[in-house]
Design a protein around this ligand. Sequence first.
Ligand SMILES: *Cc1c(COP(=O)(O)O)cnc(C)c1O
Length: 400
Amino acid sequence: MATNAFLPVARPWIDEREVQAVRRVLESGWLTQGPMVEAFEREFAQFVQTPYACAVSSCTTALHLALRAVGVGPGDEVITVSHSFIATANSIRYCGAVPVFADIEPGTFNLDPTCLDSLISQRTKAVLCVHQMGMPCDMARIVPWARAHGLAIIEDAACAIGSEIFWDGRWEKIGKPHGDAACFSFHPRKLLTTGDGGMITTARKDIEEKCRLWRHHGMSVPDAVRHASPHVVFESYETLGFNYRMTDIQAAVGREQLRKIPQIVSRRRLQVQRYREMLNSVVNIVFPEEPPWARSNWQSLCVRLPVLCDQAKVMQFLLEKGIATRRGIMCAHREPAYFQEPWSCGLGPGACGCPPGTCKRLKHSEEAQDRGLILPLFHDLTEEDQRRVVETLQEACARC
Ligand SMILES: *Cc1c(COP(=O)(O)O)cnc(C)c1O
């Protein structure tokens, strides 16, 4: 029987396992960064096959610390994409540095490596590349280019837990460092959620040591260690730090969620394959590309609407039928927080001459935002639900 229950874009998969895990932490008497955070870090590192994992309060704070740890500071430039959640570009500005925006490849929604040569300057310090919506970006082209220019590489892997990239002849998880550090998000829109939370993975001991110190006010002794010591311990504050801690409550949820990731990812890959087949019948809908060297976790599925379709009208029609969607990923350079500033088009003050909020150099980024449509995709979404989404979308497009 077909039901017409409201279909959200995303919904975390939480059950009694997470509830019990939280209960145990609450009853233990130790609530913030402690043994659960440590265990979560160990299991996460094992899962993505990295030597070090450092848990923090969000991906935004993870990005801030990772950029700072590779030495990004005031006046430096960092090459990234505008077509991302605003936290990506914001993290660069937190360091006092300047984001320089590359355009994207329309098929994958990821940084177009052919833009890189035109964006480098004397001040470029790093590349902050994004695995957008879980689709691995072209690390095989970005990494050698950045290394040849002596730049650090930070991966915004906010959406990419469980995604894989073909590297050196085998499939590797995103988070196994292919650059200097990768940063994950545990916001409820991502596949693994702790409410809020983040993780930095790296193979560089110096980066992990800095991140550990800075996430906890620059304090020389973590308070769980001081608490457990049989001797009186006086801490010192070595450097300016932050309060970017994850709590043990969050980490306990994260550990349960991590165990579910293989199941979540394989279900999503199946659901996306189903969408692909069903959407074949909808004229002029463009499906995203998955390059042969990439296996997306499909954190979001963003299709492109036909040129003649009005995005807002299609979304409204679907919403009235009880189906939530989202437009394509935002572009930072089109937001007031950015277009009033000199870095809006990535060419430096006044260099590009485009009107505020538009940039001919970021054409594919803007098009992806304006024509993209993110469809409902979550663990409990049924084949029946998917058919309803596709049929309703077909109806909406027929009215364009
Ligand atoms: C969600 C997201 C972030 C921010 O993650 P938080 O954990 O909410 O700080 C950063 N970058 C990308 C690409 C994201 O999708």
